[in-house]
Ligand binder design. Structure first.
Ligand code: NAD
Ligand code: ZN
Length: 336
């Protein structure tokens, strides 16, 4: 079968053997696999920094159809529409037992598909049966993008605790950010979106943002005006560069939350006089399985519809290049 592998020489489309499900595993025929900015970060690392062996098939946003179940698998049968829950945990720590596998305290040597184990950018992928979630009634492109872009945005917002009337700044209206705008709209928040691309700002306004501003130095004053100088309740930073973190610190009001979702290498100076009093900083990771079920339900009910462009596997490398250049609107997903 065809698969998009990460090798020690970068990405390449390769012919690889079709995988077979072992005990407790399921063979999934991929119907859509999303491309995440995190893949670019992973691909930019030196092979010895990765902590897993190459080559490996990329793609951690999985939607598919069950093709075959391995020995001992109950609950799934050929033809079921599924989405992949990514985080892997030890199963016994307080994080895992409490349903927060994404914050497993111990870590697992089992890697998520696409992030160390062979992933979804292929015609077939093998996953643990317990990592699948029913996705019937959700279009494949949506289901794929919801497993990370949708889920991570939902999780980050839930942890901020923002509700009706809160003013929230979204920095970076990309795959995750454009999901965040919709999720905040559904919570009744006032949204100020920042990006460096006009098309992303237009998308944010269309999705319900009250204001969409170019992310440049000095924009803090415009944001302050929107809150009559009080500062905003929360900032979701999907970029996390020095510049965006500095901007976030500059616009947050007292007792606000800064959620750093992007994996940029920026630094945030903190301390009594560097940020507003009572500022809480969060570094959310992915989301819980329950929250994945929630975003799939939000999509089924029409309250969350991601902007997802589909490409064939042969166009995935070019699509990653566009993603790196900021030229993707919403998400891109491969349809193998
Ligand atoms: P994306 O490329 O789709 O979106 C990034 C957006 O930021 C783009 O719209 C781009 O135009 C915009 N941008 C770039 N520089 C900017 C600036 N200075 N100010 C404002 N906007 C700017 O990426 P994505 O897939 O949505 O991922 C966003 C980030 O979240 C990445 O860093 C990714 O690695 C990270 N991520 C984190 C988690 C987690 O669990 N914490 C999960 C998935 C992705
Ligand atoms: Zn654990």
């Amino acid at each position: 079968m065809l698969a998009l592998q990460l090798t020690s020489d970068g990405m390449r489309l390769a012919e690889v053997p079709e995988p077979e499900p072992g005990p407790g595993e399921v063979l999934v025929e991929v119907t859509a696999a999303g491309l995440c900015h995190s893949d670019l970060t992973v691909a930019a690392r030196r092979p010895d920094e990765l902590g897993f062996a190459l080559p490996v098939v990329l793609g951690h946003e999985l939607a598919g159809t069950v093709a075959q179940v391995g020995a001992g698998v109950d609950g799934w049968q050929a033809g079921n529409a599924v989405a992949g829950y990514g985080p892997r945990g030890c199963g016994t720590c307080t994080g895992c037992v409490g349903g927060r596998v994404n914050y497993c305290r111990v870590g697992s040597d089992r890697r998520p598909p696409g992030l160390g184990a062979d992933g979804a950018l292929a015609q077939y992928v093998v996953v643990e049966a317990g990592s699948l979630v029913a996705a019937d009634g959700v279009p494949a492109l949506q289901a794929a993008a919801l497993t990370d872009a949708g889920l991570t945005a939902h999780h980050a917002i839930a942890r901020t605790g923002v509700g009706e009337g809160a003013v929230v700044v979204v920095i970076g209206v990309g795959g995750l950010g454009h999901a965040a705008v919709q999720l905040l709209r559904e919570r009744g928040c006032r949204i100020v979106a920042l990006d460096v691309e006009q098309a992303k700002l237009d998308l944010a306004l269309w999705l319900g943002a009250e204001a969409a501003l170019t992310s440049v130095r000095g924009v803090e004053a415009d944001i302050a005006d929107l809150t009559h100088g009080e500062g905003v309740d929360a900032v979701l930073d999907f970029v996390a560069s020095d510049a965006t973190l500095g901007l976030a610190a500059g616009v947050l009001g007292r007792d606000g939350v800064l959620s750093i979702v992007g994996v940029g290498a920026g630094r945030l100076p903190v301390g009594m006089h560097a940020v507003a009093l009572g500022t809480r900083v969060d570094t959310p990771f992915w989301g819980t399985r329950e929250e994945l079920v929630e975003v799939l339900d939000l999509c089924r009910s029409g309250r969350l519809t991601l902007e997802v462009e589909s490409v064939g596997l042969e166009d995935v490398e070019a699509a990653y290049a566009r993603l790196a250049a900021g030229q993707v609107l919403g998400r891109v997903a491969a349809v193998p």
